[in-house]
Design a protein around this ligand. Structure first.
Ligand code: ZN
Length: 291
């Protein structure tokens, strides 16, 4: 992905790039955040990405599709939003989209539907949208923007992947959790398993620490995946991520990310701390032993 003209939201951009690189881009995305212009900017970027016909990084910015998208005249980009005010985004708009979405794109690889300010959607409009997301047409990308995904029906949220935009880019600060997360990431590829056992053992007693560590591990493993999948992108935030990317095959990087995601789920479900620490150690290393 070529993020020219996109300011801030580095984390979300890296997540999107990872999804693209690994061929897992969802057909429906929710961009939530208080900054309305930033939401719309990213949504329009994704529309250009969806229609660009370049064989290089997309959106290339120079192909005929990119130029039409820029000038707002691309026939495969459809932008919808309500009038001002709550419940001003009506069902007839979604019905129009449904009638159109199953027809093949005019000229682009896929059609892009931007639904801006979805907080204003009526329940009827959201239910119509849900039907569309449940039976997604091929070659279509839905980008839904809103202040908060919590304003949308749970059923709609569950059918799309939500990305939370940041209020201004923050530098990650050096905390005990960040420090321990780096040590754990290094220990994953250390010669002896004992190293990892020592580090993950520290998670057994301190719930807050464990929560912070798992959050940072998710970032490190995500960064490692991005480095591993994109030769062009080599500026990982942490050197631990870069090392993992250099030492491990892509499939293993994705497994590490999956382990961290599962660890977060377990924490959200209030898993026993001792068991979580042991499980994490076993999973982070066992994936390596199986190679
Ligand atoms: Zn292009």
């Amino acid at each position: 992905m070529r993020f020219e003209g996109i300011s801030g939201n580095g984390r979300v951009c890296r997540q999107l790039e990872l999804l693209e690189q690994s061929g897992r881009m969802p057909h429906a995305l929710i961009l939530e955040g208080a900054d309305e212009p930033a939401r719309e900017e990213l949504a329009r970027f994704l529309a250009r990405w969806a229609v660009c016909v370049s064989s290089e990084e997309k959106p290339c910015g120079t192909c005929p599709a990119c130029r039409k998208a820029r000038s707002g005249s691309h026939p495969d980009i459809y932008v919808a939003q309500g009038a001002n005010g709550p419940k001003s985004f009506h069902v007839d708009v979604i019905r129009t989209i449904r009638a159109d979405a199953y027809i093949r794109p005019n000229e682009a690889p896929r059609k892009a539907y931007l639904l801006l300010g979805a907080d204003a959607m009526t329940a009827q409009a959201q239910n119509a949208l849900l039907k569309l997301l449940e039976e997604p047409p091929g070659q279509v990308l839905f980008v839904i923007t809103c202040a908060s995904a919590a304003n949308l029906l749970e059923t709609v949220r569950s059918r799309a992947q939500t990305f939370t935009l940041e209020d201004g880019e923050e530098e990650p600060e050096e905390t005990p959790a960040a420090d321990l997360a780096k040590k754990i990431a290094s220990a994953v590829i250390a010669p002896r398993e004992y190293e990892l056992l020592c580090q993950t053992g520290k998670l057994a007693k301190d719930k807050e620490l464990a929560r912070g560590v798992v959050g940072r591990l998710l970032q490190i493993f995500r960064d490692a995946c991005i480095c591993g999948f994109s030769d062009a992108y080599s500026s990982a935030e942490e050197k631990e991520a870069l090392l993992l990317a250099q030492r491990l095959p892509r499939a293993r990087l994705l497994e590490l990310l999956a382990v961290a995601e599962q660890a977060k789920d377990r924490m959200d479900q209030n898993a026993n701390q001792n068991l979580l620490a042991t499980w994490l150690c076993a999973r982070l290393r066992s994936d390596l032993h199986e190679q």
